[in-house]
Design a protein around this ligand. Structure first.
Ligand code: PA5
Length: 422
């Protein structure tokens, strides 16, 4: 089974001829993208699932993760942007709680840092610092704090055993520091950008520490890779997704909301927002990626989606079987007036809310795409990651922007460094 796209609820906004015409107009470009491989350029490493993960690498990651799970109370993932989002998405969705996983180096708040330092007191701590370009301020300076803490707490030698540095192994300052101090080094693949890195050692070590089966995750991604690259141009979910987004944008639907009915997936949404935001939003172009966690946000942005400006469309991730249930407790007296739900289950309530929302938004003027996902497992998460990475690459290429750079993040940095280096 595979995840699959249902675009029947965009029929009022796009007819099938329009979609077929768009495929025809972009035929050459689509064919080139479908044939792309990891070795084609210095940013395409993500496109072949096992390109950065041979058997030795997977074994190294699994062994290190087992050691950490054995010895750590707390595992701190230092990283920002693409360096932490993918792992966090999987860990929050399905990691177990054996090791407490904390996130650092993704903000500059002293309150956040104080809080974390308090939490780790008297705990056995391991740290994974992840940075492609170690010049990034947030992870770089936070790592200084944590490495000093570990050295003070355990001594230099033991601290080095507890630090894993994932960085560019091309003479970067993180690599130099790691070699000097004796840390375990993992490669941040040179041909993979941060937001495309979840299925490389960048995401895989923290995910393995959380107890999730990384082989299943990669297997799901590789199955999606196979199915995308073998399907025809006219019957290909990822092409349809990328093209429908672009057609909707041309019609003035400037905002896409990724909607979920499963709060466990909230950090997946954050990963998706970063992937599309940094990849597409440039040279005055791009769909603004946003996200909602329903049913909570039906009591918030739901009002705008239903009744506000008709500038947005939704993509729902519909997990068909969450393999979880909670029966509604019975009560004889109907004082709370909820007895009409007797005999039902929360899974049924959630599904009813989902069906009702899709219908209401569609009828209210919102184009709705649905990505049906059979279950929430590592295998299907792997499929989801690959589907969206490839979809983003395709969509940005059709839009005429380079998905792999992020020149827009430099402006604030220039201002900030003027002050910091003064
Ligand atoms: O997706 C990207 O390339 C960025 O979001 C980076 O991941 C982010 O800026 C962090 O970069 P680095 O890993 O170099 O610290």
């Amino acid at each position: 089974k595979s995840i699959c796209l249902d675009y029947s609820n965009v029929d009022k906004y796009i007819n099938n001829q329009e979609l077929q015409r768009k495929i025809e107009d972009n035929k050459q470009l689509l064919e080139t993208c479908m044939k792309s491989k990891a070795t084609d350029s210095d940013s395409m490493g993500w496109i072949n699932t096992y390109h950065s993960n041979d058997e030795d690498m997977l074994k190294k990651i699994e062994d290190k993760a087992a050691e950490i799970r054995e010895n750590a109370d707390v595992f701190i993932l230092i990283g920002v942007g693409g360096s932490n989002q993918g792992a966090r998405a999987v860990i929050k969705a399905m990691g177990d709680s054996k090791v407490d996983i904390l996130y650092a180096g993704n903000n500059l708040s002293p309150a956040y840092l104080n809080n974390m330092m308090d939490k780790i007191k008297n705990k056995s701590v391991y740290v994974n610092v992840i940075a492609k370009n170690f010049a990034t301020l947030e992870p770089g300076i936070t790592f200084r704090v944590l490495r000093q803490y570990l050295e003070k707490t355990y001594g230099e030698q033991e601290a080095a055993k507890r630090i894993i540095a994932t960085g560019s192994l091309n003479g970067s300052s993180l690599e130099k520091l790691g070699k000097m101090k004796g840390y375990t080094l993992l490669p941040f693949p040179l041909d993979v950008g941060g937001r495309f890195s979840v299925l490389t050692p960048v995401g895989l070590l923290p995910i393995a520490v959380s107890g999730v089966d990384i082989r299943q995750l990669l297997f799901g991604a590789s199955e999606m890779e196979k199915s995308i690259h073998t399907a025809s141009l006219n019957n290909n979910d990822v092409i349809n997704y990328a093209l429908i987004r672009n057609i909707l944008l041309e019609k003035g639907y400037n905002i896409e909301i990724l909607g979920i009915f499963e709060p466990l997936m909230e950090y997946f949404n954050k990963w998706w927002v970063q992937l599309f935001g940094e990849s597409e939003g440039k040279i005055g172009k791009g769909i603004y990626p946003s996200s909602c966690s329903f049913s909570e946000d039906l009591h918030s942005l739901g009002q705008y989606i239903q009744d506000g400006q008709k500038i947005l469309f939704e993509t729902f991730i519909n997990i068909e079987d969450m393999e979880s249930s909670y029966p509604i407790p019975l009560e004889n007296e109907d004082i709370d007036e909820f007895n009409y739900l007797n005999g039902k289950d929360f899974s049924f309530l959630n599904k009813s809310a989902y069906d009702a929302t899709v219908k209401a938004h569609y009828e209210g003027g919102v184009p709705v795409l649905v990505l049906n996902v059979p279950k929430l497992t590592p295998y299907y998460m792997g499929q989801l990651f690959y589907f969206f990475e490839f979809g983003c690459y395709l969509s940005a290429t059709i839009l005429g922007v380079n998905p792999f750079n992020q020149p827009g993040v430099e402006a604030y940095k220039t201002n900030m460094f003027k002050t910091l280096k003064a």
